[in-house]
Design a binder for this molecule. Structure first.
Ligand code: B12
Length: 209
């Protein structure tokens, strides 16, 4: 099945095969969401599992990530092609010390597709940089991503930086990333948690409604 082909090509880091697979899946009428969830994202879960079991190492993980991103680039225009109405503004970044950006980029892509204006701060974003970006761009929402248990404390530091800057009441902070949970979000004083890019759009929309 085509989704299985995309998944195994992503796991193997075969960029050209992933690109071909995604194009073929679209031609066959599969939805971008289906290709993302059951092809590309499903592959990264397997990659994580293999890494945990020492079956693969960082270079293979990186190559798989590049293959995934190549697939996402083909899907992105379709998601962005939707109706362009300005909903609200968000500033999003991955916390200090953390270089994972695939999930964050998907959240940004889905928000933009839903009509949000999004300022992407990239990865390894220090708390002060989040604060400065809010001062500059005045978003309603701040999105913070972390993929490592060791960088989760940087999420707390980010929330605290907003409190110190006297800006905590001006923004809603939504957190996400594989190790993050709703309980953790509450514990660090964030406003919300979302487990995937689709629910991030829903929850962010609810926060500004
Ligand atoms: C790809 C990958 C990498 C790539 C990252 C490439 C890139 N450009 O992002 C590279 C090779 C660079 C990498 C490096 C490392 N990694 Co890594 N990596 C992964 C892997 C396999 C996939 C992550 C991913 O992209 N998933 C797919 C996306 C779509 O899912 P997601 O990120 O969870 O995002 C979704 C949701 O969480 C949510 N979301 C995400 N962000 C946000 C933000 C907001 C605001 C909201 C609302 C929602 C939201 O929506 C997203 C879309 O649905 C994971 C395994 C895993 N299962 O997570 C390990 C994993 C995260 N890495 C791990 C480790 C250990 C490392 C390294 C420390 C390895 C090393 N020894 O050097 C380094 C750390 C580098 C650093 N300082 O950050 C561990 C972390 C373990 C832990 N307990 O913390 C994992 C879990 C692997 C494992 N099983 O051990 N990694």
């Amino acid at each position: 099945m085509i989704l299985d082909d995309i998944k195994s090509a992503t796991i193997a880091g075969q960029k050209a095969q992933v690109e071909n697979g995604v194009k073929r899946a679209l031609e066959e009428g599969l939805s971008p969401g289906d290709i993302l969830d059951n092809g590309l994202i499903a592959a990264m879960l397997v990659v994580g599992e293999k890494f945990r079991n020492n079956e693969i190492f960082v270079p293979e993980m990186l190559i798989a990530a590049r293959a995934m991103q190549a697939g996402v680039r083909i899907i992105e225009p379709l998601i962005l092609a939707g109706e362009r109405k300005y909903v609200a503004k968000a500033v999003i970044g991955t916390v200090k010390g953390d270089l994972h950006d695939i999930g964050k980029n998907l959240v940004i892509m889905m928000l933009r597709g839903a009509g949000w204006e999004v300022v992407d701060l990239g990865v390894d974003v220090a708390p002060e940089k989040f604060v400065a970006a809010v001062q500059e761009h005045r978003p309603q929402i701040v999105g913070v991503s972390a993929l490592l248990t060791t960088t989760m404390p940087a999420m707390k530091a980010t929330v605290e930086a907003f409190v110190r800057a006297g800006l905590r009441e001006n923004v809603k902070i939504i957190v996400g990333g594989a190790p993050v949970s709703r309980e953790f979000a509450t514990e660090i004083g964030a406003d919300a948690y979302a487990g995937d890019a689709g629910s991030a759009v829903e929850i962010a929309g609810g926060l500004v409604a």
